[in-house]
Design a protein around this ligand. Structure first.
Ligand code: CP
Ligand code: NVA
Length: 305
């Protein structure tokens, strides 16, 4: 498998066998069965939004691969003073071997990729968070031994980055994905994205508005914050409209006995998830967080190696 020089913007751009190859490599690297090196290679990390996991896992990942990562707060770069994304991409490409970016608008990530001469890795935009879904799929393989045939139910905001990538990635690898959201446009599926996802899916992508019905016989229950970065002005409205979609003990009781609970983090206990669920025995949220490191090391090594 040769992925050298490819961008990693959405899981739509990668075939099933390519995703499976990367997940398998990540698991082998985590176990110490494969060692990769990016000696003397540098990754620029452009951040327009806050981050804990993404920043640290990419930076530590580059260190573990013998390379180097540069943290760039976008507001303190010339981008913050009006330099274009295209000029920034071309300039950075003269110094570094890869660019990782966390941006508000996905179109800016596409613009960066258009002008960059090195791989661009999407570290979250409004539409996609593919590195998180890679870590999530890796976690499900570790916990369940497979993805194919599982039922994955996502609660809450099903119109944003985390639902999009969960639906694309898990359905491509053969899980059925259920969106459990209010019947309101703000939280409903992005049909343009879902049309692309369904083209390549083995599993089904469906909608169930009833939170208890949705969880029936689920293998994996997933949620994300109700107020994503950039949505703070709508906070009160969103908390009100999503209040019936909390993942709590009643929801978990409908799922299979051995179901796992997933959340990309950061979490808001008492909002999208009850404390006893996220802190309970079915929760695998810190395995997901750890797997960001391993999944991204596989991606970095293959794209930049
Ligand atoms: N899950 C995730 O991307 O976390 P951060 O926002 O902390 O990077
Ligand atoms: N949907 C969340 C994910 C955070 C990792 C956000 O965009 O803020």
């Amino acid at each position: 498998m040769n992925l050298k020089g490819r961008h990693f913007l959405t899981l739509l751009d990668y075939r099933r066998d390519e995703i499976e190859y990367l997940l398998d490599l990540a698991i082998k690297m985590k176990k110490g069965q494969v060692r990769k090196s990016l000696k003397n290679k540098s990754l620029a990390m452009l951040f327009q939004k806050a981050s804990t996991r993404t920043r640290v896992s990419f930076e530590v990942g580059m260190t573990q691969l013998d390379g180097h990562a540069l943290f760039m707060d976008m507001s303190t770069t010339q981008l913050g003073r009006g330099e274009t994304v295209g000029d920034t991409a071309q300039t950075l490409s003269r110094y570094v071997d890869g660019i990782m970016a966390r941006l508000y608008k996905h179109s800016d990530a596409e613009e960066l990729a258009k002008y960059a001469k090195v791989p661009v890795i999407n570290a979250l935009t409004d539409l996609y968070h593919p590195c998180q879904t890679m870590a999530d799929m890796m976690t499900v393989i570790e916990k369940k031994g497979r993805i194919k045939g599982l039922k994955v139910v996502f609660y809450g905001d099903c119109g944003f980055n985390m639902f999009n990538c969960t639906a694309i990635g898990f359905s491509k690898l053969g899980a059925d994905v259920v969106a459990c959201c209010p019947n309101l446009p703000s939280y409903s599926l992005n049909e343009a994205v879902m049309a692309k996802a369904r083209k390549e899916a083995i599993g089904k992508i469906s909608v169930e508005h009833d939170p208890l019905k949705a969880a029936k016989d689920a293998d994996v229950i997933v949620t994300d914050v109700w107020v994503s970065m950039g949505q703070d002005a709508e906070k009160a409205k969103r908390l009100q409209e999503l209040k019936d979609y909390q993942v709590n003990a009643k929801v978990m009781a409908q799922a299979k006995k051995d179901a796992i609970f997933m959340h990309c983090l950061p979490a808001h206990r008492g909002e999208e998830v009850a404390a006893d669920v996220i802190d309970g025995t079915q929760s695998v949220v810190f395995d997901e967080a750890e797997n960001r490191l391993h999944a991204q090391k596989a991606i970095l090594a293959e794209l930049m190696g």
